[in-house]
Structure formats: C-alpha cells, structure tokens
Design a protein around this ligand. Sequence first.
Ligand code: ATP
Ligand code: MG
Length: 435
Amino acid sequence: MERYRTHYSTDLGPDDDGKKVSVAGWVEDVRNLGSIAFVIIRDRKGTLQVTVFKKKQAELFEVLTDVTRESVVSVKGLCKANEKVRNGYEIIPSEVDVLSTAEAPLPLGVVDKVESELDTRLDNRFLDLRKPEKRAIFVVRDVLLNAVREYLRSEGFVEVHTPKIIASSSEGGTDLFRVKYFERDAFLAQSPQLYKQTLMATGLDRVFEIAWYFRAEEHNTRRHLNESTAVDLEMAFIKNEEEVMSVLENLVLNIWRRVSELKSELSLLNASVEVPSLPFRRITYDKVVERLQERKVEIEWGEDLGSEEEKVLGDIMREEGSDFYFITKYPLESKPFYTMPEGERFSRSFDLGCKGVEIASGSQRIHDPKLLMKRIEECRLNPKDFESYLKAFRYGMPPHGGFGMGIERLLMEMLGIKNIRECTLFPRDRTRLTP
Ligand code: ATP
Ligand code: MG
C-alpha cells in the first residue's frame, strides 16, 4: 500500500540516499528564487528541505510555490544527500499532494522570532503546539507519567480511579464547582482523598491514582489552575509518615532519572534536569519559621506558608545545596481534619518543596474513627457530610498515609517554566474556558 509518509524528516540516512521516499507535514517556509525553490516541511521530529527546479518540474514547481504556509502536504521523491541542507538530505519531488490548505494570514506565527502574548498563543493552541519547544513539554509529561507508573507498580501499588462527581467536599476549605446531578446538587472532586483512604479498608493496601481535579479557587496565579492533574497515593500498615516520604522521594528520583534521558527535548526547552541524590533534606515547620524570621520575613506560627515565604525558603535551601526539601510536622491547625495529630499542636504531615514551590503534600492519616469524628467537629465540619467515609473506619481500618502531587506543578518546576498554563494542553483558569 502506498503511504503518505514513509519517513520522518530526521530519520533519513545513508541507506535512503538515491531512493524514493515519502515525507509529510506542514509547509513551514517557501523560498522561491525564480528558477529554483526551497520548501521547508515540518513534521513531528523536525524539518527537511524539498528542492524543486522550475525548468524540469514546471507543474510541481507551481504547486509547491503557491501553497500557503502551514498547509499540510505529502511529498514523494528522490532522497539526495546534500551536506549543505539541514539534516544532510533533501528531497527532489516527483509527486506532491496538498492534503489541507491553510488560510492566510495565520492567527499566530509558528516560526516567528518574537514570541506572542500567552493569551494569543492559548487562543490558538493548535498552532502554538506546532512549535517544537512547546510540544516537547508534553513529551516530557508522557515520560513523567510512565516513570510514575513504572516505579509505583514495582513497589506493589495498584492504579485505581475514584469518582470525580461527588456529594460533598473532600476537605472543607477549597471552593468546589457545583454541578446539577438530576434532582440534587453535586460537586466536582478537588481530590481523591476520601476515596483513596476508604480503599485502605479493602485490602488493596497500596493504591495510586492519576486523574483530573477541579478547584474553584478564584485567584489567577502563575501556579494554580482550576482544572489540574495529580498523582495521588495511599498506603496502609505504615508506622509513621516517614514511610510515605520515602516512597515520594524515590518516586521523584525515578521521574528525574527518566526525564533526564530526554536529551533532545530538554535541549529544546533549554532545561537541565539533574538527578537529585537521596535522602531529601527534612526540615521541621518550626525550624522553617525560625529561618524565615532570621531573614525578616513576617510569618506567624501556625500559618501555612504563602508563596513569598515559600520562595525565600527555597532560596535558603538552595544556598545550602538542597533543591528538594521536606517541610515536616506542620501545626495541626494548618492541615486538613484527616491529618494524624502528633501531640496537641503538631501533625504528622509534610510538604515537598522544590526550588521554592510546593509540589506535593502528604501525611499519615487518622485511622481511629473516634479521633476522626473529634477532628471533624473541631474543624467545624458537618459529620453528616462524611457518613459513608466514616463508616469505612468502623469495621477495621489499618494505619495509613499518602500524598498528592500536582503534575503540572511538577513539570513547571522540573523544566523551569514560569507559568503553569504552559504545562497543560488547554488550561482552565478564572477567565479561560476555551479552547
Ligand atoms: P497551594 O498551597 O500551592 O495552593 P495546596 O496546598 O492547596 O497547594 P494540596 O491540596 O496540598 O494543594 O494539593 C496537592 C498538590 O496538588 C499540591 O502540592 C500542588 O502540587 C497541586 N495543586 C494544588 N492546587 C493546585 C492548583 N490549583 N493547580 C495546580 N496544581 C495544584
Ligand atoms: Mg498542600
């Protein structure tokens, strides 16, 4: 069978020299010099040059020089080694198929030197993603997800999926999106928290989930989305939160290892992904407050860290050689109701920071139903909203713990990307609902 494409642009090699090949992609540029024209075709892997002569191929010459930029073509022709062209090979065409003609002018240039505004780019995301350096983020993302599955499965974790339409808030606090559910109101899940904990009562005692979450937070920041993805994990029969932190740091290590192998994507992104060494530094919340106060950052004991505080802490850690660090033992009052207390004021919780940004939060959870009930009341939540969750604790619930790690957040910190919107294909934020 004849195919539109037998080779990608960068796959041509000495074996193809002098042979018939077919390439297909978008017309990036047409340079018509009168008697000869050079047409640059871009595909997923790169670009290559098609060279056409007016005298010898009048008809093809016309088709190729008339075609608008970003139209889709398939070109069949002779592959010729030529040191002077990109990739070392050019195509002398014998057949050209224009598969789709692009309208002109383009709403967004694909090869323009100056980068357009983010909003213009996102409004025309299909064109924006034709830029190799934008697309590379999603190749990294794919490898990251593979690395997550590879490591967690090797540790006996089972991948699960829990409901995203839920009856009530998972945690209190964050704003939920309300949806009509027949005669009732329901909400979009902000986290799989209550379900992954419920699973700890089933015998599936190590689970993870990779899924979408929805948060109706009104702020528009460079590191929050209203729809985002996360890796969540829960594990049972733990003695303390340290066991969870150990899984998390090994998971991060495996992600960094796998992504660091992506030489060409990382070079397109101008990113250096250095594999960290374990264990990550641990620093208690109390110590963090002390260190921040030394730097004249105003912070009151008991508060969660704001973005400014996180940033200063990131600087301090970096000066001391740690890109990654766990902040441990948060005040109980700053963490959700299901967090295991440690004494009166503290909790068995942790955040994982990376260069001044929180990438994951976790803890040992409460497994005693009486204590859980007490904490729900202390947090001024309504126990009725948690009835089906609480039930799972009354008939044998092992000690357990886990964490949630935002995928876009992780990508952004790993690749040194300034805005989280770059790390999701079609971002949802306070003002954006399309495309
Ligand atoms: P932050 O303090 O940064 O707003 P959080 O503490 O409210 O985050 P958690 O409930 O701990 O978030 O969620 C677990 C992880 O999910 C976070 O560590 C972060 O990586 C990611 N995350 C949370 N909210 C968002 C969001 N709105 N957009 C993208 N990622 C998010
Ligand atoms: Mg958090």
